[in-house]
Design a protein around this ligand. Structure first.
Ligand code: BGC
Length: 552
């Protein structure tokens, strides 16, 4: 780990300031050529990530899974799905990443397993009242013969949150809870065996040398006692709903679990870290996940969900620094991930309820030029902020959402469970373009791709962008190098006033300003621009543009 120590500033844990790049393994690079990315593919492309200048990677799940929710339905938490390779491939990828000074975080999915997990299969066989069923949330149904679900909760992916089982004697039986797809039964986190099993899973991956975990659905693992009825009042903007008081999100009981895990991680060297995927409607609530004895980081989803509006953006940054600061945690920043419309498209779109996505029939699709300009400006601002930042694979190429995926290729359970009412998340999951003139744009050498790649993605291919100094890739490299050089991951900022249409602050002697208005914004006399989100001439900052500058 000698090389890794140089990454963190002395005396501070690496995760406080790290730029962490999310790899969605099925869409990153495909060494086997079957159309689905894999671990050897990741290993083969690590040099390009080193060259980009990130500090760590987070891998979405690659564990054994029937892939009903792209791997977020785990059947064996201690093995690699053959689609992605083997445990030996994982060890090799980890060693190669560490050799390049890149830390590795893996995804842990503790809220639910796959229905193919041996425990769930045992629970089905064992019947009501058994210790096997007690590991999941089984309940008798309501109604005369138990024919109605135990409560009225609605699955995040659409439809009800309960599935009825057929008992061993062939009669309709109990119901089990699934916040997501029916193939993803929720664990009962009041059950000691579940707690012990996950301690052992954490140790399994820590012993292999991972640097931490991104904890899936970290806000959903504990449900309100008695499972009271609750129906969301309107389409939820996020996976945490719009209300603060949802009986399956953000329950107090989750915090004891994280305190336990915090201590377990602390037994290991190297500042191993937990990052929570906790979708909660307010930053005040979100900050509870990163109190000093709980998780180390949590995703800043209120920031991700903020529209392209100067006041809203300034406010959410202020509140983030304030709320996370109160508990002594770094803020994190994130604009895109595998569950949301890519920010290069989203920031020019109107409101998108969670999981709605954009598809062929969506009216008024965002214009690509506006989207890309806003996306680049947003990132230029984000990478100047103190704290840790998450990037999602492909954003460094400026990839837009794939908005024309034909219905027959769709795979997101949201699409199926809403009978096509919501397109879901496939549009941000399309395999990456590496080479403009190669089969599948260099994703593999067979030309296969589990989701179709838009033809116009040739212009976003990494090799094409590598030789273009004005490309989004060139911008990301510049930003990451300058962020490191100036130590912007640590420290604090000073707000500046550049008018109501701008977000502006100072980091040391570097001024950062983004123009979210409709008119060019004059830069101060004597400003020397050191970095700009897109090329421009003259001394006024164009709309949808951000700069870093110094003054004499
Ligand atoms: C993951 C999603 C997944 C869901 C269920 C989320 O938070 O990021 O991709 O569908 O959890 O595991």
């Amino acid at each position: 780990m000698a090389q890794l120590e140089q990454i963190a500033a002395p005396g501070s844990e690496w995760w406080r300031s790290a730029v962490i790049y999310q790899i969605y393994p099925r869409s990153f690079a495909d060494a086997s050529g079957d159309g689905i990315g894999d671990l050897p593919g990741i290993t083969s492309r690590l040099d390009s990530l080193k060259d980009l200048g990130i500090d760590a990677i987070w891998l979405s799940p690659f564990m054994t899974s029937p892939q009903h929710d792209a791997g977020y339905d785990v059947a064996d938490y201690r093995d690699v799905d053959p689609l992605f390779g083997t445990l030996a491939d994982f060890d090799e990828m980890l060693a190669q990443a560490h050799a390049r000074g890149i830390r590795v975080i893996v995804d842990l999915v503790p809220n639910h397993s796959s229905d193919q997990h041996p425990w769930f299969q045992e629970a089905l066989k064992a019947g009501p009242g058994s210790p096997e069923r007690a590991r999941y949330v089984f309940r008798d149904g309501r109604g005369k013969n138990g024919e109605l679900p135990p409560n009225n909760w609605e699955s995040v992916f659409g439809g009800g949150m309960w599935e009825r089982v057929v008992e061993a004697d062939g009669t309709p039986g109990q119901w089990y809870l699934h916040i997501f797809d029916a193939t993803q039964p929720d664990f009962d986190w009041t059950n000691e065996e579940v707690k012990e099993e996950f301690r052992s899973i954490l140790r399994f991956w820590l012993d292999r040398g991972v640097d931490g975990f991104r904890v899936d659905v970290a806000h959903g693992m504990v449900k309100e006692a008695g499972l009271p009825d609750y129906a969301p009042v309107a389409d939820a903007d996020s996976m945490g709903g719009n209300d603060e008081d949802v009986p399956y999100w953000g329950q107090d009981g989750v915090h004891d679990i994280y305190r336990d895990w915090h201590q377990l991680l602390a037994e290991y060297d190297g500042d191993r870290a937990l990052c929570g995927e906790a979708w909660l409607p307010t930053l005040k609530q979100t900050a509870l996940w990163v109190r000093p004895d709980e998780m180390h980081q949590t995703f800043n989803f209120p920031y991700l969900m903020t529209a392209w509006d100067a006041k809203a953006l300034g406010d959410v940054i202020r509140e983030s620094l304030d709320e996370f600061g109160k508990v002594g945690a770094p803020s994190t920043w994130v604009l895109s991930n595998h569950d949301t419309v890519r920010h290069t498209t989203r920031l020019a779109a109107t409101r998108l309820p969670h999981g709605e996505g954009i598809g062929p029939k969506t009216p008024n699709k965002p214009a690509p030029e506006i989207s890309l300009a806003r996306g680049r400006a947003a990132t230029t601002l984000m990478l100047a902020l103190p704290g840790s930042a998450y990037l999602y694979q492909g954003e460094e190429l400026g990839l837009p959402e794939a908005m024309e995926i034909p219905d027959e290729f769709r795979q997101d359970p949201t699409w199926f469970r809403t009978e096509g009412k919501r397109y879901g998340r496939d549009g941000c999951r399309v395999p990456l373009p590496w080479e403009a003139d190669a089969p599948a744009f260099g994703f593999n050498d067979t030309g296969l791709s589990w989701l179709p790649q838009p033809a116009e993605w040739a212009e976003y291919a990494r090799d094409a962008e590598s030789s273009d100094p004005t490309s989004t890739l060139a911008l990301y490299k510049e930003l990451l190098a300058a962020r490191r050089e100036h130590g912007f991951g640590n420290g604090s900022l000073i707000w500046e006033d550049a008018g109501k249409d701008a977000v502006a602050f100072r980091r040391g002697d570097v001024h950062v300003v983004a123009n979210l208005g409709t008119k060019p914004l004059p830069l101060p006399a004597g400003a020397t621009v050191i970095l700009k989100s897109q090329p421009f001439d003259g001394d006024a900052l164009p709309v949808d543009t951000a700069v870093w500058y110094t003054t004499a």
